[in-house]
Design a protein around this ligand. Structure first.
Ligand SMILES: Nc1ncnc2c1ncn2[C@@H]1O[C@H](COP(=O)(O)OP(=O)(O)OP(=O)(O)O)[C@@H](O)[C@H]1O
Length: 235
């Protein structure tokens, strides 16, 4: 579904992505792991159009989307949930959700997506009129994912959804991602520091270091590799 070839993204002299290649299968979860500064966030920002690569190709469903603007990438079916969610705290839960589907013209489809989000994340249903600033960290992350789902994406790019959350809430969010893959055929690229919880639901995983892929394997294989776990995954 997503096929990235030799991607280079720089910030001045820093090569945050240094010839990175990666692909994902339809209806699968792919973990992207690695130490601080490995380039994980830059990878998602480059795919979603927030950062511009200086070399390489990004294909989504056989369409070359390299260098596309963020709104064009969303319309193509790729939704990005940035680190810390990017929820607008001054708006209510309902308003944040509405923003996620703002460009859609199919009213019935938007209503169906809203229902789906509230079914997936019941705590949001009772807080629709509440300002997002009053939500707990877990509820805010649910809202961030919910808002992304409102654009009816075929693929979600998630940046550290477990950051700062209690293990129980992390588990709840991971279960929802599994459900979306298994029942909605959603494809997920999941950036995580928490390698164990990411690999527990992922089909495959990439390990990055200094902007390059240092390992790619099925999730079970990565978990079983002592050298990788010690060197790159802090486990
Ligand atoms: N806006 C920026 N300006 C300059 N350098 C940046 C910028 N954003 C990232 N970098 C640098 O690019 C490299 C990759 O950073 P990135 O945030 O993509 O890594 P990461 O794997 O997501 O790290 P973390 O797990 O700490 O979030 C780092 O060396 C970082 O310092």
């Amino acid at each position: 579904m997503l096929d990235i070839e030799d991607l280079v993204t720089t910030y001045g002299p820093v090569r945050a992505l240094d010839g990175l290649s990666l692909w994902t299968q339809d209806a699968s979860i792919t973990a992207v792991l690695g130490p601080n500064g490995a380039g994980k966030t830059t990878l998602l920002r480059t795919v979603s159009g927030l950062a511009t690569p200086s070399a390489g190709r990004i294909r989504f469903d056989d369409t070359d989307i390299t260098g596309w603007s963020p709104d064009r990438v969303v319309r193509a079916g790729l939704a990005h949930v940035p680190e810390n969610g990017g929820v607008i705290t001054e708006l209510t839960v309902a308003e944040n959700l509405r923003l996620g589907g703002l460009w859609r013209r199919d009213k019935a489809g938007v209503a169906a997506s809203t229902k789906q989000v509230l079914d997936l994340f019941p705590p949001l249903a009772s807080r629709l009129r509440q300002q997002a600033s009053t939500l707990s960290g877990g509820e805010r992350q649910m809202l961030a994912i919910g808002r992304a789902l409102m654009s009816k994406p075929r693929m979600l790019l998630l940046d550290e959804p477990s950051l700062g959350l209690a293990p129980g809430v992390t588990l709840q969010i991971m279960r929802v991602l599994e459900e979306l893959r298994d029942w909605e055929e959603l494809t997920v690229l999941l950036v995580e520091q928490n390698a164990r919880s990411a690999l527990s639901i992922s089909d495959r995983g990439y390990v990055l270091s200094l902007g390059k892929v240092v390992a790619v394997e099925e999730a079970g294989g990565l978990l079983a590799d002592d050298r990788l776990r010690r060197a790159y995954l802090g486990m």
